[in-house]
Design a protein around this ligand. Structure first.
Ligand code: N01
Length: 546
């Protein structure tokens, strides 16, 4: 469909039915669905290609922690059958190839504008349309604005004194050079020990002359046991795909896992150990599915945590270093890491662990990093310091709803949304996997598909009734925010300083952002809302509903 430049646009402004911000997995599928509805749509993407997370996160070792056969679209059976994953956990290049394949296969690129970062979006109440501005001077207007900006896409760059004086190279894992980085013969510092660091440290350590790891909080990691995918297994999965996807939709995380109904505290220590070992040998996030009370009872959680600490002690030769690497907080409170040789890396003579838990990094100097009263001279610093999660990518855009209300102001005490999809005061704006939705606690691909299909259905519903503007009601939003908060308060995920709570960003309100009630309950609620004529929304338009 061609955009209509006369519809409502000012000079040089193209008008569309829908503008989508972001061409990651969410934006790509949203565009595909909107085309099927006959909508004109334009995607604005800051990167030079599709792929989102997998376009930007090119650090060594970047790969998915959900098994590839499940971390994939299911909306198109032929795509699902045609694509062949090569490894149990796909690495970044393969995930990026997959995103590119999808873009080409469904001819999506012609409606995507690359290298174009959206900086502002404001709702014009008189026209009932959004006006969108980008950093390359592009201007557009659209009836609907859909934020497909990702949950972990706004890099966190903590302010370190003297950072700009450093004479060597600086990298952020979430903003990695496309040509790659060769650390051979270099002295390297890495700051942070979250998932990105856990994946990259073993590889950087093999290249670098010396690697200094600055750890503020140790993290739990379970082995990936990554391996090439056996063609026989892949064939079996493909034959079973419809059933596998159905099973996955019934689980809390949207992943087809074997979740136990047993409770750790009702199981003998010997049996528990056998079960933890079985899951450890299997590998991956499945470990936390061992018992249903692991994330609600601290005593139960302690049994799993102690099992992993024992593994760390077994793997790391120096007991003092093993002690520093062993976390003491709740396992699964921060995102569990899935590793390939992480702990063993600290047995290498060219790796030094520097504990900055009690004394923060003092400064970056022209020669390196100063901490614990010493200067560590390096040629490069890798900031594996994570993201301003869930709200960061949205709030870095100046989004204004009715009466010029800034989203930043509305969310000054934490994000408020209805279903994690819509925000009262911001009509016709939708957020895919926004705060208040299960998103980061689930397999992102099925979660994205569910949101995209729900939003597309809503737009289809409006078009069929010639409705123009729809907005979440304040009361429905209040009720949802309270529900999300109430559920979060019941779990142990509240007990540590994680990015789920925004604690990693100075000044960010401490609010547990994702919906923790599980994928099935969430989908049920969304379906109920739709079945009841989009209950909790108010719609207006040119013609009465038919
Ligand atoms: O970021 P993080 P990430 N001084 O926030 C430290 C997904 N992901 O990019 O814990 C010193 O987890 C910080 O310390 P602390 C996944 O969901 C998935 O690694 O705040 N240290 C922490 O150690 C993941 O959870 C995969 O005390 C500082 C680290 O930096 C999410 O993305 C791979 C500091 C940041 O860890 C984010 O992971 C990668 C300071 N001033 C990412 N500031 C998969 O496997 C921060 N830190 C799919």
């Amino acid at each position: 469909m061609q955009p209509n430049s006369s519809q409502a646009g000012g000079k040089g402004e193209c008008a569309y039915d829908v503008v989508i911000v972001g061409a990651g997995f969410a934006g790509l599928y949203m565009l595909h669905r909107l085309r099927a509805l006959g909508c004109s749509a334009r995607v604005f993407e800051a990167g030079g290609d599709v792929g989102g997370t997998w376009y930007w996160n090119r650090y060594p070792g970047a790969r998915c922690d959900v098994e590839s056969v499940q971390y994939s679209y299911q909306f198109d059976a032929a795509l699902q059958q045609d694509w062949n994953w090569s490894e149990r956990y796909a690495a970044q290049p393969e995930l990026l190839s997959y995103a590119r394949h999808v873009a080409d296969r469904f001819d999506l690129r012609r409606d995507i504008q690359f290298n174009c970062r959206v900086t502002a979006a404001s709702f014009d109440a008189a026209l009932g349309r959004w006006r969108i501005e980008a950093d390359d001077g592009s201007r557009a207007s659209a009836r609907f604005c859909i934020m497909a900006t990702g949950c972990l896409s706004a890099p966190n760059l903590p302010a370190f004194e003297g950072e700009m004086t450093f004479k060597g190279d600086r990298y952020h894992t979430g903003y990695w050079p496309h040509q790659g980085v060769d650390f051979s013969g270099k002295r390297v510092a890495i700051i942070g020990t979250g998932s990105s660091a856990v994946q990259s440290i073993p590889i950087i350590a093999r290249q670098a002359e010396h690697l200094y790891v600055f750890q503020r909080t140790p993290n739990y990691a379970v082995p990936a046991h990554n391996a090439p995918l056996d063609p026989g297994y892949l064939k079996q999965v493909k034959a079973d795909y419809p059933a596998l996807r159905q099973r996955a939709k019934q689980t809390m995380t949207g992943i087809d896992f074997d979740y136990s109904e047993q409770k750790a505290l009702e199981t003998s220590p010997q049996e528990r150990r056998r079960e933890y070992q079985r899951r450890w040998d299997h590998g991956g996030l499945w470990f936390l599915g061992a018992y249903q009370d692991l994330m609600v009872e601290q005593e139960a959680n302690d049994t799993a945590a102690e099992f992993v600490r024992g593994k760390i002690r077994d793997k790391v030769a120096n007991p003092e270093i093993a002690g520093l690497l062993a976390p003491t907080n709740t396992i699964g409170c921060k995102r569990l890491c899935v590793d390939i040789g992480y702990y063993e890396t600290f047995n290498r003579p060219n790796v030094t662990l520097i504990d900055v838990s009690a004394q923060p990094i003092e400064a970056i100097t022209p020669r390196g990093v100063r901490a614990r009263g010493a200067e560590f001279a390096v040629d490069a610093i890798v900031f594996a310091t994570g993201f301003d999660a869930m709200t960061g990518a949205l709030l870095r855009i100046d989004i204004r709803g009715r009466n010029g209300l800034a989203l930043k102001q509305k969310w000054s005490e934490g994000p408020r949304s209805y279903l994690g999809i819509a925000v009262a005061g911001f009509p016709n704006l939708f957020t895919i996997t926004g705060p208040g939705s299960p998103s980061v606690l689930t397999n992102m691909l099925p979660t994205i598909e569910q949101h995209v299909e729900w939003i597309a259905d809503l737009i289809g519903f409006m078009r069929a009734r010639r409705l123009e503007v729809i907005e979440a009601e304040g009361g429905a939003e209040d009720e949802w925010v309270a529900h999300v908060g109430e559920l979060a308060g019941r779990t142990l995920r509240y007990t540590c300083g994680s990015w789920y709570l925004g604690v990693n960003i100075p000044g960010k309100p401490r609010v547990f952002m994702p919906y923790i009630g599980g994928f099935p309950k969430y989908v049920e609620r969304c379906n109920e809302v739709a079945a009841n004529g989009y209950q909790g929304f108010v719609a207006t338009g040119a013609a009465p509903a038919t």
